[in-house]
Design a protein around this ligand. Structure first.
Ligand SMILES: Nc1ncnc2c1ncn2[C@@H]1O[C@H](COP(=O)(O)OP(=O)(O)O)[C@@H](O)[C@H]1O
Ligand SMILES: [Mg+2]
Length: 296
């Protein structure tokens, strides 16, 4: 838990919830608050499984998974390639496009190669400008006027020089938890005001979550289909949570898939599972028991 990215605080909370669950399940366990010395720390301990409560950069992106592969410590969640693919919104969209899974129209900018001033907007406004490899809505802007575009690129570039520019999908936001072959109830996300940014994600009361989502039967079926296709196309393992937007014509688009979704006691994934009678501990037990390596 913890880690070196922007999502450290959430990760510590997921980690604390995992520890409580491990205690209830009577698994002997030890917490590691991840820092730059993780490779050394891991090389000195003996364990049967690493239960990953990390999120975002240096946790959800294949780097920790790589260290664990090297040390032959089975870990929970997706492997190296799927984690890295999913962390990068550009490679995710390339894979989705290849498999015919709808994702909003997009272009990319690489500010290691050009300046923000040189980037020409090829999409119709409004657009969303976001760092390719970040999470928790950090560095993201919604651009409604042409003159805001370059500032939005510079904002995104403070997180990552690799930037996704995406058509803004006006409509309903949902997130779809997948656990093995099971699609858990779809969650509708309704921010009380504005959009689903960091504050509205993590401040209680700022956003309303409705389970099951109030969407049409047709949209529900498509969201489930696209989420499972995304899970498989990216090559995810054990569990993940896909973020989608449904436009005014009732057409869903996949934004991204989170390979180590937030897992505090009040997080969306366990909340959705609880709706169908699946407990927090049942999920943790299955993650631990089925933890594995890419190279078995
Ligand atoms: N194309 C889009 N259209 C409308 N809203 C978007 C779009 N892309 C992102 N958003 C908003 O920004 C939030 C974060 O975007 P997302 O792509 O899920 O990245 P992350 O969660 O990794 O920061 C979404 O939950 C959504 O509210
Ligand atoms: Mg998201």
């Amino acid at each position: 838990m913890g880690g070196m990215g922007n999502e450290k605080e959430v990760s510590l909370r997921s980690g604390a919830a995992f520890v409580k669950s491990l205690e209830r399940l009577k698994y002997p366990n030890e917490s590691i608050v991840v820092g730059p010395d993780l490779p050394q720390v891991l090389s000195q301990i003996k364990c049967d499984c690493a239960l990953l409560a990390l999120h975002g950069k240096y946790g959800e992106d294949g780097t920790v998974q790589g260290i664990l592969e090297y040390l032959k410590i089975p870990y929970t969640g997706s492997g190296v390639l799927a984690s890295a693919l999913a962390m990068n919104k550009i490679t995710t969209k390339q894979v989705l496009t290849h498999w015919g899974v709808p994702t909003p129209e997009w272009q990319m900018a690489d500010l290691t190669k050009t300046t923000s001033k040189e980037v020409k907007l090829q999409l119709q406004l409004p657009v969303v400008v976001k760092p390719a490899r970040e999470g928790s809505t950090v560095g993201l802007s919604i651009v409604r006027k042409e003159e805001e575009f370059h500032k939005a690129l510079d904002t995104a570039a403070t997180c990552d020089k690799l930037i996704v520019i995406e058509k803004y999908i006006d409509g309903t936001e949902v997130t779809v938890p997948i656990w093995g072959d099971t699609i858990l109830p779809i969650i509708e996300i309704v921010p009380k005001s504005g959009f689903y940014d960091y504050k509205r994600k993590y401040t209680p009361g700022e956003t309303e979550y409705i389970i099951p989502a109030r969407i049409s039967a047709k949209a529900k079926k498509l969201c489930e289909e696209y989420s499972l296709e995304t899970f498989r196309a990216v090559g995810c393992r054990q569990y993940a949570r896909a973020d989608l937007r449904i436009d005014k014509n009732d057409k869903p688009f996949v934004l991204e898939i989170n390979t180590l979704p937030g897992f505090t006691e009040t997080s969306l994934f366990p909340k959705s599972a609880a709706k169908v009678g699946i407990t927090f501990d049942q999920i943790i037990e299955s993650l631990v028991e089925q933890s594995t390596l890419d190279y078995r």
